[in-house]
Each structure stands twice: as structure tokens, then as C-alpha cells.
Design a protein around this ligand. Structure first.
Ligand code: IPM
Ligand code: MG
Length: 385
């Protein structure tokens, strides 16, 4: 059998980005050996690192290279060095340009609690038990991209405006992704909005009702974003799939991440249009940021990045068994008591970033089960577009 070659653009970025990226690549090298694929990694610059070198947060040729790749892995962008509000370019622009430029409108953020990490969560174990949901965040519209967006000054002082704008088509396509996902899971979808105040939310809700007609097997409920923020800490285990606009999704996913015990554990996948088999170009990054306070100290948790690589295997490369094997390896290492400092508790073994990556790679190497994804099967959130 001919070995498949997958072209992957690697953008380590700033802060702890390069440290956690190194561990994800280590794990992917084991995937190559065990699952009969070959990865071609092309490293490039984004964020502050790119500003320092080229004066822009993302070069057009990098974006072009990403367009032609199978997937993009990204560490993190940003840091105090580039935080001056008067600076003409900011690291985050690189990330936003990438998301928009690649048409990655659906951001999937799965949230799961592990029984071994109960103590790391700020919430009681009876609240976090059995938490297993996924947030679908709209990623290329809303306040992040709406125009006008600017500051100016007039007789009444300084003014600023941001614009929350959505088209029917933008709302419909992300809702479809969420419904398709719900269909593969427990068939319960919560659409989060602020329909009691915002016109854009009232459109969102109307479209959700319309799209729901094609998914009679999925139970749809609407929830106001403030209520949702509360329910996420009161009854998080009740959620299955949530779908919401860009800014609400940004805020709720940090809150959701905290449930699990550490922001360092959460992966994300940003997806655009899918092929028939459910795969397509995607951007995979941990939910955590560049964490400049701990950068370079070897204490960062690489699990969010490693699990992001697992999502890449599932959603862009059509290797669901490899994805599951990586996810099982992470769980096995946590079950064995290894912890980075952010999730350490009494009686556990505290390890650094590299050791955590090595343990997970070793667990994957030793895992049994399938050695190859022989028959690629549909695994994306939607195989129908
Ligand atoms: C995230 C981050 C980004 C966002 C920042 C870095 C621009 O917070 O991915 O959640 O707001 O989308
Ligand atoms: Mg965020």
C-alpha cells in the first residue's frame, strides 16, 4: 500500500506556543509509524514572532501555503511585547487573517472532564462529573469582523464603534455543522443568543428554527447567553452541543475550559467547507493563549496542543482511529498520575512539558488496537456539503 503524505503547516507562534508544539509533533511522529501515514511539516511564522521578523503578523505567502495544505497546526500568538494599543500591527491579527482567509467559519471546542482531574477543577466533583460537550463557535463573522470598527474623536470626546453583523447564510452554515455534530452525539443542541436584546440574535434564532426542520431527530433549545454562562457552572453535564456567535463563543469557551481544571487541556478545530467524506482543510490550535508568564520555563501543559493534533487527524486527515488512539494515550497518562503543574494535586507526579509529551508518545507507541485506518470513513461534522 502506498503511504499517504499529508502536508501540514506548523505555526508555533509566541510564548509557550513553540514548547507545546514540539510535543504535538513528537506525538505525530509516533502516529506516522503506527498508522502508515507520512507527515510533511512546514514550519512558518505567525504573530509576534512574524512581526519581529517581517513587520506583519502573517505573510500573504504563508496564508497561500496554508490554503494548499491538508491542515494547519498553530501554537499561540501574542504577548506583552506587542501589546501597545497604538502599535500598527498586533499578533492577534495574524490569527484572525488566517481564520478569515481560510474560510474557517466553524470553531469546534470539545470540553470533557477526566475522572482523574476532579481535584483540579474549581467546581465540586458532583457538578463536573460526566461533563462532555462541544461548543461550535462561529468564527468569521460577528463583532470580530463587522465594519465599521474604529475609534474617533469629536466635540463630545472619544468615541468607538464595533459592529455585530450576520447574514442569513453565515448563520445557516454554522448551525448545520452543529446539527450534524449533534446527530453524531446525544442529539441535543443548545443555540445560545441574546435574542431579548440583539437584532442579530433574533435573526440567529429564526434561522436556527428553520434549519431545525431538516433535523427532526435533534432536540433544539434556545438559551440566552447570560443564562448559559450560569448553567455552565451549575449543570454543565446537561449540555451536548452548543452553537453560538463568535464573541459569545470566545467568552463561554474560556469559562467551559475552567470546568475541566485547566485551560491547558482544551483543543480546538476550526473548519470550513467539507468534502463529501467529511474532511477538509482545518486549523488546529489549543484554546489557551501564549501564556507569556510561564513561557520558556518548561511548565506549560502540552495536552491542549496534542489533543488539537488529534482533532486534525479526525477532521482534516480522515484518520479517526489514530485520533482516538492519541486521545486514549492522553487519558492513560493522566490515569497513571502524571501532571503538569497546572493540574497537579497531592499524590500525583509533577512533570515538565517535555516529559508529559514523551509519556503520551510512549503510551501511544504501546497502545494496542488497529495499526492503520484502512478504510477512511466520514468523520467530519458534516459530510453533506
Ligand atoms: C481564542 C482567542 C482569540 C479569539 C484571540 C487570541 C484573538 O481568545 O481563540 O479564543 O478571541 O478568538
Ligand atoms: Mg478566547
Amino acid at each position: 500500500m502506498q503511504t499517504r503524505v499529508c502536508r501540514i503547516i506548523v505555526l508555533p507562534g509566541d510564548g509557550i506556543g513553540p514548547e507545546v508544539m514540539a510535543e504535538a509533533l513528537r506525538v505525530l511522529q509516533v502516529v506516522e509509524r503506527r498508522f502508515g501515514v507520512r507527515f510533511e511539516f512546514h514550519e512558518d511564522l505567525i504573530g509576534g514572532a512574524c512581526i519581529d521578523r517581517y513587520g506583519v503578523a502573517l505573510r500573504p505567502e504563508t496564508l497561500e501555503r496554508c490554503r494548499r495544505a491538508h491542515a494547519v497546526l498553530l501554537g499561540a500568538v501574542g504577548g506583552p511585547r506587542w501589546d501597545d494599543p497604538r502599535a500598527p500591527v498586533r499578533p492577534e491579527q495574524g490569527l484572525l487573517t488566517l481564520r478569515k482567509g481560510l474560510g474557517l467559519f466553524a470553531n469546534l471546542r470539545p470540553v470533557q472532564t477526566y475522572p482523574w482531574l476532579q481535584e483540579a477543577s474549581p467546581l465540586r466533583p458532583d457538578v463536573t462529573r460526566d461533563v462532555d460537550f462541544i461548543v461550535v463557535r462561529e468564527l468569521t463573522g460577528g463583532l470580530y469582523f463587522g465594519r465599521p470598527q474604529r475609534q474617533w474623536q469629536n466635540r463630545r470626546g472619544r468615541q468607538a464603534v464595533d459592529t455585530l453583523r450576520y447574514s442569513e447564510a453565515e448563520i445557516r452554515r454554522v448551525l448545520r455543522v452543529a446539527f450534524e455534530l449533534a446527530r453524531q452525539r446525544r442529539r441535543r443542541l443548545t443555540s445560545v443568543d441574546k435574542a431579548n436584546v440583539l437584532a442579530s440574535s433574533r435573526l440567529w434564532r429564526a434561522i436556527a428554527e428553520e434549519v431545525a426542520r431538516a433535523y427532526p431527530d435533534v432536540e433544539l433549545r434556545h438559551m440566552l447567553v447570560d443564562t448559559c454562562a450560569m448553567q455552565l457552572v451549575r449543570r454543565p453535564a446537561d449540555f451536548d452541543v452548543l452553537v453560538t456567535e463568535n464573541m459569545f463563543g470566545d467568552i463561554l469557551t474560556d469559562e467551559a475550559a475552567a470546568l475541566t481544571g485547566s485551560l491547558g487541556l482544551l483543543p480546538s478545530a476550526s473548519l470550513g467547507r467539507r468534502r463529501r467524506d467529511g474532511t477538509g482543510l482545518g486549523l488546529y490550535e489549543p484554546v489557551h493563549g501564549s501564556a507569556p508568564d510561564i513561557a520558556g520555563r518548561g511548565v506549560a501543559n502540552p495536552i491542549g496542543m496534542i489533543l488539537s493534533a488529534a482533532l486534525m487527524l479526525r477532521y482534516s486527515l480522515g484518520l479517526p482511529q489514530a485520533a482516538e488512539a492519541v486521545e486514549r494515550a492522553v487519558a492513560a497518562v493522566l490515569a497513571a498520575g502524571y501532571r503538569t503543574p497546572d493540574i497537579a494535586s497531592t499524590g500525583t507526579t509533577v512533570v515538565d512539558t517535555t516529559t508529559m509529551g514523551e509519556r503520551i508518545a510512549a503510551a501511544l507507541e504501546e497502545s494496542d488496537g488497529e495499526t492503520a485506518d484502512k478504510v477512511p470513513r466520514p468523520s467530519g461534522p458534516s459530510g453533506s456539503r
